[in-house]
Design a protein around this ligand. Structure first.
Ligand code: GLA
Ligand code: ZN
Length: 575
């Protein structure tokens, strides 16, 4: 069981390092992530390297039985880099080219950035690939930076040619007949830069897909370099946030273990539900590989309004829940709270107060608790009987700013469904709509707006073979190019659900339902074409329906049910 966190010794004089390792031993820390933001120290000017300090850090950690998750520092190029290669600085949609002064300031498609990334990864791999402290490689940090520059435009066009093959196909997929957007040459296509009014949703979605692939290419390039010189597992740390442009199923096939950074923002049980959600996602993305909590806050929650402390004992309770859900370790951001810099108010395992503090004592207790756990049994196949569909592309499509209402949020719908299952004590996996789902008793599909024909066939076969599918409003509406599936909503799932919807009726407030619960946000005029209504709107008309299809059952939830309404459906579905 790994225990530790991000360790940034370059922020401190060397005498502090000695206290660090002493305290790490006291807290039973056995893995630290080193070098995430060390590029400027490792390569003080272009092509000139200084490893002396890192050699000493690596040796010191090794002498103290602390292993290293060694990072490539490419998430934060030094100031000299941007000044030498201004074309490698990222450009926002509005055309603003960013300047160094923070982190994550680079264009992943700029040849100079790629070359600099390869160079620093190579020298690190050569020097530390055989170092006994190196236990794991941590490529980059929290991939997610996007750019709209000319390098990106060129790479985007190549990616589009690959996806659509011909301009005619692209024009068709993007419905460019609307607003005279027809492209007559590839060179006319730009990243979705600032424009007068609404952008084309298919263009936006393809750019997200492209960004995920472009970032992944950068990851793979470094991974392959690291593998030449070391035999350690290679991975990166995902941000568990709604905005990330990564397709996590695709990415997880390329990492040796899944690493997540997870920051809760709810106190009490809400926070535990968030831990369960993140852990189940990580375990599911890993598909049998190990997963690791690569970062969490230290005894604190970071909310939009600021940092809130966790109550005594709460940090350990959450940490143990990650472990109970399969995490192979519990790491933090960061070991020692920084004295200055942009994150000086993020809590550390050693806080500003020093080791004589409640926080450090709780951390050390947690380290001892984890250290005393019996060795983990070899991982068993997950026992979950229920699954929720997770699809990053569908999530991105739902971020289209021009939907019938604002406030559609795939992740929020998924999280609500997961929380109700969690409250009922049901173990849950996440699956992609095209995965084999035949082993699950029930599969939930919360607001999965965009769906492929292949996935529809998969879900249909699942239900007909005896499965239970529970579909929420605004699912199955669009094809993979965001085009509406015609003939009545929810286009792709009409037959399976035995309903047809001609009109949506978004709500401005909650409405009463016949089972005593409420619907909110959204409603529809549902026509029954084979299904039966199990719950109706107080004003009339089916709200929840059930349809027998083959040997299985497909449920439709045409409004946002409250937690007890959703629990009722689960109970009726035998869960
Ligand atoms: C992320 C980053 C860290 C740090 C923390 C702060 O997880 O990876 O470098 O910025 O957030 O919470
Ligand atoms: Zn760019």
């Amino acid at each position: 069981m790994y225990f530790g966190g991000d360790y940034n010794p370059e922020q401190w004089p060397e005498d502090v390092w000695l206290e660090d390792v002493r305290l790490m031993r006291e807290a039973k820390v056995n893995l630290v992530t080193v070098g995430v933001f060390s590029w400027a120290r490792l390569e003080p000017s272009e092509g000139v390297h200084d490893f002396g300090w890192l050699d000493r850090v690596m040796d010191l950690l090794h002498d103290n039985d602390i292993q290293v998750n060694l990072a490539t520092p490419t998430a934060s190029p030094p100031p000299w880099f941007g000044l030498a290669h201004p074309d490698a600085m990222p450009v926002r949609a509005d055309g603003t080219r960013l300047t160094h002064g923070s982190r994550d300031t680079y264009c992943v498609n700029a040849p100079a950035y790629r070359a600099a990334s390869r160079r620093i990864a190579t020298v690190l791999a050569e020097r530390y690939g055989a170092h006994p402290a190196t236990a794991m490689w941590h490529v980059h940090n929290e991939y997610g930076t996007t750019c709209h520059c000319d390098h990106c435009a060129t790479a985007f066009r190549a990616w589009l040619r690959d996806r659509h093959e011909s301009l005619d196909a692209l024009n068709d997929a993007w419905t460019t007949a609307f607003w005279s957007q027809h492209y007559s040459a590839w060179e006319q296509i730009m990243p979705p830069r600032a424009t007068q009014y609404r952008s084309n949703p298919a263009h936006l979605l393809d750019y997200r897909r492209f960004c995920s692939d472009a970032l992944l290419a950068h990851y793979r390039e470094q991974r392959d370099i690291l593998r030449v010189h070391g035999r350690q597992p290679v991975t990166t740390n995902y941000v568990m946030a709604g905005w990330t442009p990564l397709d996590h199923w695709k990415w997880s096939a390329e990492v040796d273990l899944v690493g997540i950074d997870h920051y809760t923002d709810e106190p009490g049980d809400g926070g535990l539900a968030q831990v369960a959600f993140a852990s189940d996602l990580a375990r599911s993305w890993a598909r049998g590989k190990p997963w690791l909590l690569m970062e969490q806050g230290v005894a604190a929650m970071y909310t939009p309004d600021g940092t809130l402390p966790l109550e005594p004992g709460e940090h350990a309770r959450r940490s143990l829940e990650y472990v109970a859900r399969g995490a192979t370790g519990v790491l933090h951001f960061q070991w020692r709270a920084s004295q200055g810099g942009a994150e000086q108010w993020y809590q550390g395992m050693v806080p500003h107060a020093g080791a004589d503090s409640r926080i450090f004592r709780e951390i050390a207790d947690l380290g001892r608790t984890l250290g005393a756990l019996p060795p983990a049994e070899p991982a068993e196949a997950a026992e979950a009987e229920v699954a929720i569909l997770w699809d990053d592309e569908a999530a991105w499509a739902l971020r289209n700013p021009a939907l019938p209402v604002t406030g559609m949020d795939f992740r929020a719908s998924v999280e609500q469904a997961h929380r109700v299952l969690w409250q009922r004590g049901l173990a849950t996996d996440f699956v992609h709509p095209s995965h084999d789902i035949s082993r699950y008793r029930a599969v939930l599909m919360p607001s999965l707006y965009l769906i492929s024909d292949e996935a529809v066939a998969n879900l249909t076969a699942y239900v007909e073979g005896g499965g239970t599918l529970i579909v929420s409003y605004f699912s199955g509406i669009a094809d993979p190019d965001t085009r509406v599936r015609l003939g009545g909503y929810p286009g792709a799932l009409r037959d399976l659900l035995g309903v047809r919807v001609e009109e949506f009726r978004p709500l401005t407030g909650p409405v009463a339902l016949s089972d005593g619960t409420t619907g909110a946000f959204w409603s529809e005029t549902v026509q029954l074409t084979g299904a039966t209504a199990t719950v109706t709107y107080a004003g009339g008309g089916p709200a929840v329906t059930r349809h027998q299809a083959g040997a299985g059952t497909a449920w439709y939830l045409s409004t946002r049910l409250d937690a007890s309404g959703l629990a009722n459906v689960l109970a009726q579905a035998g869960l």
